[in-house]
Design a binder for this molecule. Structure first.
Ligand SMILES: NC(=O)CCC(=O)C(=O)O
Length: 312
């Protein structure tokens, strides 16, 4: 492997576990300060939490919502450019066409917007006596997969509840993503039960040695798998807000990075902090060689079929 290839086979991921309060300006200035801190400690790609600029709750989305570009995204663009980092801007409540979305904006090191991911799966759950949350009461769902290229690897983006849907991660992996990032905000009920488990579960997929995906277009409600080989072992990173017991929605915390072997390689506590993980793509390749699930797929027994939603 050439020296350049070796250099590009590793990069530093920084995950900002941000203390989020009710004053947007304070959240933004804290976020900008910690992005700078992350870059100063070698972060090449920086991840912020879900709803990093405002309290997370259906009663807050409309009050804190912004158009994009707007106050929060312009600050993030500046932070990405000033620090020369890829910045996955957590998420913010977005207003567009009279609708509200939970939106993640990704910026390149030049500060330009690379993509916008609108949360595809809205967080609607009801665990009697524990938690009831219905994002769909105020938010609309996105309908597009979101991936971006970096000089290091291809990255797939989901927001929090999106992590529960293996099909999304599988589509990302089949499209060649080697890192999945999820700005999130699990809670004190599902956090201890599922947060880490879901991240570790997203790593390994039954490889498709003859399948990949034409660029799926959710707008037409279908996913099509064609035949081409890609592996499905990846790094997974999640960013949570710091825990605030006084807030109406208490975030679990414990932002985490998991490697392709399923090991937790970096994990935050519950306070505000930045955690770091050195992503080694040669290691990912080694794991894929050691557990060659792609080549072992039993196409004679099963295959992945297209999904056609009712409407076209
Ligand atoms: N903000 C979210 O989508 C929360 C998802 C969550 O807590 C879960 O259990 O899933």
């Amino acid at each position: 492997m050439s020296t350049l290839a070796k250099a590009m086979s590793k990069f530093r991921l920084a995950v900002v576990q941000l203390q989020v309060g009710g004053v947007k300006a304070d959240n933004l200035s804290r976020a900008k300060r910690l992005v700078k801190e992350a870059a100063g400690r070698g972060g090449n790609l920086v991840l912020l939490p879900e709803c990093f600029n405002s309290p997370y709750g259906t009663s807050f989305f409309s009050q804190y919502a912004e158009r994009i570009p707007g106050e929060s995204t312009e600050l993030l663009s500046e932070a990405a450019r000033e620090n020369q980092v890829y910045l996955v801007g957590g998420s913010i409540p977005e207003e567009d066409g009279g609708k509200l979305y939970n939106s993640c904006i990704v910026f390149g090191p030049d500060g330009k917007i690379i993509l916008k991911h609108r949360k595809i799966h809205l967080f609607d759950i009801d665990v009697p006596g524990k938690i009831r949350f219905q994002e769909s009461e105020t938010l609309s769902a996105g309908d597009t997969l979101s991936m971006f290229e970096t000089p290091f690897c291809k990255v797939g983006v989901g927001i929090c509840y999106d992590i529960r849907f293996a099909e999304l991660a599988q589509l990302y992996s089949r499209q060649g993503c080697q890192l999945l990032v999820y700005p999130g905000a699990f809670n004190m009920t599902t956090g201890p039960a599922h947060w880490e488990l879901l991240q570790r579960a997203r790593l390994i997929f039954i490889g498709g040695d003859h399948e990949t995906v034409k660029t799926p277009n959710f707008r037409h409600g279908y996913m099509t798998f064609d035949r081409e080989a890609v592996d499905n072992q990846l790094y997974v990173a999640t960013a949570s807000p710091a825990r605030d017991e006084s807030s109406s929605y208490v975030a679990w915390g414990h932002s985490t990075v998991v490697n392709p072997w399923g090991e937790v390689i970096s994990k935050a506590g519950t306070e505000e902090e930045v955690i770091y993980a050195d992503i080694d793509l040669q290691y990912l390749a080694d794991v894929r060689q050691q557990i060659p699930i792609t080549a072992q797929r039993r196409h004679d027994l099963y295959s992945v079929t297209s999904v056609q939603r009712g409407n076209s």
